[in-house]
Design a protein around this ligand. Sequence first.
Ligand code: ADP
Ligand code: ADP
Ligand code: MG
Length: 443
Amino acid sequence: MIANRGEIALRIIRACKELGYLTISIYSEIDKNSLHVKFADESICIGKNDPLDSYLNIHHIMSAAIAKKVDAIHPGYGFLAENLEFVEAIEDLGIIFIGPNSSTLKKISSKTKSKNIAIELDIPIIPGNMESIADFNQVKKHAYEIGFPIQIKSDNGGGGKGIRTVVNPDELSNAYDVVVNESLNSFGKSKVFIEKYIENPKHIEVQILGDKYGKIIDLGIRECSIQIRNQKIIEESPSSFINEALKNKLVNDAITIMKTINYTHAGTVEFLVKDNQYYFLEINPRIQVEHGITELVTGIDIVKEQIKIAFGNHLKINKTDIPINGHAIECRINATDFLNGNEIKDIVLPGGNGVRIDTHIYSGYTIPSMYDALILKLMVHATNRKLAIAKMRIALEQLIINGVNNNIETLYKIMHAKSFVIGNYNTRILENEVTYIGDEFDE
Ligand code: ADP
Ligand code: ADP
Ligand code: MG
């Protein structure tokens, strides 16, 4: 059973089918005409459109799982993918959860818990307070101890939500309220912690796969520095601009921390990198949105591997068998607003050698407003970064989505931003002035 919707549900359905498993989709009322419902072998409506009544409703999902006598549940990303209560409910019923087990999840159920594990392992972390706080006076005390600028972060955050930068102490109280509210609305939890604000870092992450027998390998790194409001919009694999020695250290640390928590399945360890220093950020114990670019450069189907691992297979891949082949880039196409409507009137997809598209939208599809804004993932793969950028520029030109306002033009501009092209960029690229170049490479 696939406990998710959208493009990731389709990705999982395809992997299951290739492995010869029958698939069951769940859906909310508004999703009844979605492709994840059409393409699954069976489907079951689990509630109304509000996620709390459907994709976030453990009781409804478990009832569906029992009714359909499912063997395993894949959670995708977002929704309940990292929810301990959900995983425990699945385990209690003897159903296979396609993700890490509850005892591993418990150890990393908040960002501060994970940071404490990193400290014990001597893995560099961003200076900050080490326990979650539910009280403004504590926030204030820690903020002054650490020194402004700081970040206030939801201890249970994800997707860039529940993070605010505070430069001026006068803004602290307001920022705290905003983070608490956003965190309550998005994750149902209100605790926060404080971190030093790292100026202009790069976001680098390590893709991990681990089986149930203690074997853990990495599938290389991804760079996800191009972000809007702390949410990734462009990712690359590998990263062309980090020092090899630093990369090796950070990959080793990622493996060490995952071994320490007996991690199984696919997971990611995220870091911020600034100059010649790296800092552990968090562990994402699930498949990530941007897993596809790692698949392109390694040739490994990460979702199929997850499923095989869950059914008790040994991980057959060895680190030495994984040459990183060329360069891959992903652009996340998001609906930016629905001011001009939410129905896809027309869609033309690019194609050709080295172009991959993961999407659930089609001509005539209406995008529900209560779910994720991600509508399509456009990925390209070429022998090197320059050729990958050239390919992405053309693919974006030939991607036409009419009917819904989206960010294709922004992404196209970034593919022509001098700083992006020459590799001189960080997570704040879009907050600073950008120089645009033509279709050449400014050489
Ligand atoms: P990735 O780490 O795979 O790049 P994102 O951070 O972009 O993923 O999040 C993907 C989706 O999952 C977004 O819709 C985001 O809001 C959601 N999400 C991420 N982390 C969590 C979490 N801890 N709880 C609930 N939803 C989450
Ligand atoms: P999420 O769970 O939402 O993915 P992360 O902790 O992974 O949250 O952070 C998401 C992004 O927010 C990072 O990639 C980075 O751009 C920014 N960020 C988070 N913490 C800091 C920090 N201490 N200093 C600077 N930027 C940060
Ligand atoms: Mg993150």
